[in-house]
Design a protein around this ligand. Structure first.
Ligand code: PLP
Length: 490
């Protein structure tokens, strides 16, 4: 196969060049019928390839032409047996992975700090989650991945699990020993599903952590749009056959996907794959060097700390992606949220995320020294202005409560009859809601779990110190929705 080719994008261009008379949707007809201001801004080129699954352009639901060729090239580039394009983000690919292995009542082993799409898929499939605690980094106030020891323990206790889900690398770029995790799971014949939302690029550079496919994982939902240069919402699902049937995966992804698939998104996946396969190493190399020099400069700024390879060497921090700049502002006596706002207001800088202790800035193949120099200058200024104002804030320690017992599957709890009760009366009842605190982004309660006093106290403590408590209908946490209990009729 020739990785320089882009069968899907080229096919679209050739079709558009013929300028066919269109009696099909989209009704804007090459942009003629679209709002003029939008057309002017977006441009005729983009509108000319905003097409749908007519004969010459293949069909994502039954690919036999240009989409099939593009997916085959992607599979070769990513070292997969099959690659499925997703126009519904990595969320769509993650739901497909879980629904491909779980039916109602099946167990799936997952870390507690999962993305919401994983909990959605658990509810849709009727699976029972077996949670593993991720490791908390108290210094950085973030959660890492899961350890090989935790995986061994979970599989020993639940050898009948239908899948093991791993987030690798984490949002912050920290990777576990994925190869060993895969080997442990495979010794139980349990397939490994990887949430690789933050790791599309790692496959293309040997200095980055091992990718899911390199580690022998069975499926990986990989966000090409996040760090791989395709357009927002486009993503891929890589599959290795053996424990997983690609035909079954095709059925599930099709059930979860719109029939009006965006060809702009699909073409952007085709082109991003070409770039990664043919120039990825060279481009990522540049991003790594830029990130390393930025990290070094940030670490020279008083009271700032940008985490680097010194955090490696624990069971949860096996490897890391240096293009992620985790910048701790804790010693400036401010939160990451405050730093985010300061950078926006003073330097027009937008960060990837902020939390209690940190801001996260990502360096990608799209960055140059121009941007990193402004970031370093802004951080120097932030450090100086904070020191002169000498504000003191009390450091809040990030910790998590014990995981509650699951009394009902999340799906049964989601569909059960519920009622709202004062929070004090919810203790001992079954939660119908999610409660989550960020950081470290670990749910305190999910639907189906028995509410404990410890969970409620923890949620309230976080609320009192101003941390975002997400999920409950009543954001002030005076009331909680629980599963209705029925008294016996006398
Ligand atoms: C760890 C993780 N998994 C999955 C997703 C979902 O990806 P998408 O936004 O492409 O649906 C995200 C999004 O931020 C994420 O951070």
């Amino acid at each position: 196969m020739n990785q320089n080719e882009t069968p899907l994008f080229t096919g679209l261009l050739e079709h558009a060049k013929k300028n066919p008379i269109q009696f099909h949707i989209p009704g804007h007809k090459k942009g003629t019928g679209i709002d003029p201001e939008f057309r002017e801004f977006i441009g005729n080129n983009a509108l000319s390839i905003d097409l749908i699954n007519i004969g010459p352009l293949d069909d994502l639901h039954h690919p036999h032409g240009i989409i099939q060729k593009a997916q085959k090239l992607a599979a070769e580039a990513f070292g997969a047996d099959h690659t499925f394009f997703s126009v519904q983000g990595t969320s769509g690919a993650i739901m497909t992975m879980i629904m491909s292995v779980c039916k109602p009542g099946d167990k799936i082993i997952v870390p507690r700090n999962v993305h919401k799409s994983i909990m959605s898929a658990i509810i849709f499939s009727g699976a029972t989650p077996i949670f593993i605690h991720p490791v908390i980094d108290k210094n950085l106030g973030i959660s890492h991945g899961i350890t090989t020891d935790a995986v061994r323990k979970a599989l020993k206790a639940h050898p009948d699990a239908k899948g093991l889900l791993v987030i690798n690398p984490t949002y912050f770029g920290i990777a576990a020993n994925l190869k060993e995790i895969v080997d442990i799971a495979h010794s139980y014949n349990v397939p490994v599903l990887v949430d690789e939302a933050h790791g599309v690029h790692i496959h293309f550079h040997e200095d980055l952590p091992m990718s899911a496919m390199q580690a022998g994982a069975d499926m990986a939902a990989t966000s090409v749009h996040k760090l791989g240069g395709s357009m927002t919402q486009s993503s891929i699902l890589n599959v290795k056959e053996g424990l997983i049937s690609a035909k079954h995966v095709q059925t599930i992804i099709s059930m979860l996907t719109t029939t009006s698939t965006s060809y702009i998104l699909l073409a952007s996946l085709d082109c991003a794959r070409r770039q990664l396969a043919t120039r990825g190493k060279e481009l990522i190399d540049k991003a790594i060097r830029l990130a390393e020099s930025t990290r070094k400069q940030i670490n020279e700024i008083p009271y700032l700390y940008c985490a680097g390879k010194e955090i490696l060497g624990t069971k949860a921090t096996y490897d890391y992606d240096p293009t992620k700049l985790i910048i701790s502002v804790k010693d400036l006596g401010m939160t990451g949220y405050e730093a985010e706002i300061w950078l926006r207001e003073n330097y027009n800088i937008e960060v990837e995320l902020s939390d209690l202790y940190n801001i996260l800035c990502i360096i990608t193949i799209g960055d140059t020294e121009r941007e990193t120099e402004i970031l370093v200058k802004a951080l120097r200024d932030l450090s100086e202005s904070r020191r002169s104002s000498s504000k003191e804030t009390k450091a809040i320690e990030v910790h998590v409560p014990a995981i509650p017992r699951l009394a009902l599957s999340p799906r049964d709890a989601f569909y059960a009859e519920t009622e709202v009760v004062p929070i004090e009366e919810s203790i001992g009842r079954i939660s119908a809601e999610f409660i989550m605190v960020y950081p470290p982004g670990i749910p305190i309660l999910i639907p189906g779990e028995i509410i404990t006093k410890e969970n409620i106290d923890y949620a309230k403590e976080n609320l009192e110190v101003g941390l975002p408590v997400q999920g409950p209908e009543d954001e002030s946490l005076n009331h909680l929705r629980v599963i209705k209990e029925f008294s016996p009729i006398k």
